[in-house]
Ligand binder design. Structure first.
Ligand code: ADP
Ligand code: MG
Length: 696
């Protein structure tokens, strides 16, 4: 009987009621849905090796009997070993499996098996490690590029391969699967239709490029990757529209007088980029829709004045504006900067855990008495109420969770939102994380900046480095020294404030060093920073509390200890503390202890590149998107085949195309894809969708 997409899985050979229930538990009930369970990896079994010819490490496919299989006791919890010996007539090779105890009783010494896996060297001899293993007789695709499916419960790859064979025997996706993607988009990128792509991924065939398959770089992969990303971007676009549908209740009054005031705010001449971005923001504020904007700009490009201008626009319109920063130090600095810029025309409050007036300011905020408020995440706590909030700004947004961002806007109905970030996130990530925001880019540095000279040195050159630093300080320089730890630790070998910081303070005592870290009492910290900013102290010894935002233009020297312990983006942020327009060229020395391969690459990139976006791309490459992504946190579909680093060009395309589709949503082809994305978004529960292909 021919299968259709709607056929129940029990019609497949090998699927009885028990297995059907297992498959159903994973969300697979019909032939059509099971097809979405795509392989994540492939084994190239086209070349059968002979044991006698296996001379070194590498992946091999071998065929033979497996003798002497036995479970081996291991005294480590959570680990079990099975050992055996492969004999293919040409020679013998030891085999070891981890955590597959059942194999010991299953392998029949009289039968022939097909094994595929890496050969590794262990001491003198070679060993086949954790190979896949199936009976040669029933093995499908013995001489092919073989798909490896993610297990479904206890149903492993070998069973799933047989299952898909049975399925594809009776069902041809190329004929039976309709492609929901508008033809025009498929043509634009020369992508195969969905059915063809799905068929090619399940059965790559004899001439497939195994390497491209594993990089997910085949045309078939691109079709599915593009589909996933397009769906995600449509969903983000729909969210953005939802915000725009309801007009905001408050109005900004930006008449000529106010505009003159705004234009005269900065004590310096704005860069062209600053002018442009301020224009974009003011247009958003005047629009009846709430603003949802991301301001991206590398460290030191001058985001603060942009924020201040927007805040004054709110205050002049009789609305409250809030600025939230990730650290108390930064919030305090913003408070001072605003005070210096705006004088006492506005009432400005400070709400942080440590601020002495926080409780009073909270009340003045709720009563509407304050015009502007600066704070940390203390601003989003339950108890904080805004009397007449119009604008919320989040500085260094990447340091906050999505939840906190939402909580801040939740304080006022239809609040205008500006999020700022200096951590240049690669564009592919920005489009995903912030795809529901409009993006402004500050891509121009204020004049007179010279690039920070960066040197990476092994810790053996520490003495020499501090001799040099002393010399520069003696000539009037101002320096930060950054250490990774507060306390000495037995577990980690790295410089601490407690020991090394104290020694340094001693050595540099002529320059009135100050020490600041996460546990320094708020008042002492504020005083130290002020003294450093004013030049009474010339050295600030600190942990990464100074990582973001701190602005002391006269500081031009930076020493980072144990630089190998910091991420690339973090190093770039730290370096952003110097070279902020103090005149003399800035200088950064990164001292490092022992380096792994990745650490070495990281520091190389750091020394070689000044460009935040370049650094972010390299970081993504080195680390993978990992935590940076947080899409699940944002309630977005988990990506299955798509990889934001490897497929970044597709992210860009999907982003642009989703916008275009949403623009012309009356067109039936566009309406159909949008509707699909909307339905899927509505159906998704938080746990769902992790291991399942989102196939659009
Ligand atoms: P970031 O974008 O990292 O937040 P800031 O807003 O702290 O940067 O600005 C960095 C420094 O540059 C500050 O000292 C600020 O006063 C100064 N600055 C900003 N814009 C200009 C400009 N157009 N001309 C001169 N200096 C500027
Ligand atoms: Mg800043």
């Amino acid at each position: 009987m021919p299968l259709t997409a709607a056929s129940p899985l029990t019609e497949l050979k090998g699927v009885g009621p028990v297995r059907a229930r297992r498959l159903a538990a994973a969300g697979y009930r019909s032939v059509g849905s099971l097809l979405r369970h795509l392989p994540l990896r492939y084994e190239d079994r086209r070349r059968l090796s002979r044991v006698a010819d296996v001379a070194g490490e590498g992946a091999h496919t071998l065929r033979g009997r497996v003798l002497d299989t036995r479970a081996v006791r291991v005294w480590r919890r959570g680990l079990s070993l099975v050992r055996g010996t492969l004999d293919d007539g040409s020679g013998r090779l030891p085999v070891v499996w981890f955590n597959r105890p059942y194999l010991a009783g299953q392998l029949d010494p009289e039968s022939t098996y097909l094994l595929h896996g890496p050969v590794r060297r262990r001491g003198e001899r070679l060993e086949l490690v954790n190979p896949s293993c199936e009976a040669a007789e029933g093995a499908v695709h013995a001489a092919a590029v073989v798909p490896v499916y993610p297990a479904i419960g206890e149903l492993g790859p070998a069973f799933l391969r047989r299952l898909f064979d049975a399925l594809l025997e009776g069902f041809d996706p190329r004929r039976e699967l309709a492609d929901p993607l508008p033809e025009e988009l498929r043509r634009r990128y020369d992508l195969p239709p969905l059915g063809e792509a799905v068929a090619a991924l399940h059965r790559p065939g004899e001439r497939a490029d195994g390497e491209a398959l594993n990089r997910r770089a085949t045309a078939a992969h691109h079709r599915l990757v593009y589909g996933e990303l397009l769906e995600m971007q449509l969903e983000l676009g729909l969210r953005r529209r939802r915000v725009g549908e309801r007009p905001k209740p408050h109005r900004y009054r930006l008449d000529a007088g106010v505009r003159r005031r705004l234009a005269g705010l900065a004590p310096f001449r704005l860069t062209g980029a600053q002018e442009r971005v301020i224009g974009e923001i003011l247009a958003d504020l005047e629009s009846p829709r709430p603003m949802r904007r991301l301001l991206q700009g590398d460290v030191g490009c001058g985001k603060t004045i942009v924020a201040a201008t927007a805040m004054v626009a709110a205050a002049e319109s009789g609305l409250q504006a809030a600025l939230m920063a990730p650290t108390e130090i930064l919030a305090e600095q913003h408070r001072r900067t605003l005070g210096a810029l705006l004088g006492d025309r506005y009432r400005i409050g400070l709400v942080t855990a440590g601020a002495p007036g926080a409780a009073a300011d909270r009340e003045r905020l709720a009563s509407g008495e304050l015009d502007l408020v600066v704070g940390t995440h203390a601003l989003v706590q339950e108890a904080v109420r805004f009397g007449r909030q119009g604008l919320a700004i989040v500085d260094e947004q990447h340091r906050f969770g999505v939840a906190q961002r939402q909580a801040l806007t939740g304080k006022g109905e239809h609040t205008d939102l500006l999020v700022m970030t200096a951590t240049p996130i690669p564009r592919s990530l920005a489009l995903t994380l912030y795809g529901d925001l409009d993006v402004s880019l500050l891509d121009e540095m204020p004049p007179g900046r010279s690039p920070v000279r960066t040197e990476v040195r092994p810790v053996a050159r520490r003495e020499e480095t501090y001799d040099w630093l002393e010399g520069r300080l003696a000539q009037g320089g101002r320096a930060y020294v950054v250490l990774p730890l507060i306390e000495e630790s037995d577990a980690v070998e790295a410089a601490s404030i407690e020991r090394h910081g104290a020694e340094l303070a001693e050595r540099l005592s002529a320059f009135e060093p100050r020490i600041v870290h996460g546990r320094t009492p708020a008042e002492e910290r504020a005083r130290s920073l002020e003294e450093f900013a004013a030049g009474r102290s010339r050295v600030l010894i600190a942990t990464t509390v100074i990582e973001v935002g701190l602005d002391v233009p006269a500081a031009s020297l930076l020493v980072i200890e144990n630089a190998e312990r910091f991420g690339l983006a973090q190093l770039h942020q730290l370096r952003g503390r110097v070279g902020r327009g103090g005149g003399e060229p800035a200088h950064c020395v990164a001292l490092h202890g022992e380096l792994g391969e990745e650490g070495r690459r990281r520091l190389e990139v750091f020394a070689a590149s000044r460009d935040g976006f370049e650094i972010a791309e390299a970081d993504l490459e080195l680390r993978g998107p990992g935590d940076l992504l947080g899409t699940r946190q944002a309630g977005l579909p988990a990506l299955f085949l798509a990889d934001l680093a490897a497929h970044r060009r597709w992210v860009e395309r999907a982003h642009a195309d989703a916008r275009e589709l949403l623009e012309r949503r009356r067109d039936p082809a566009a309406a159909a894809v949008i509707e699909r994305a909307r339905r899927r978004a509505g159906r998704r529960s938080p746990e769902e969708g992790e291991a399942r292909c989102v196939s659009c």
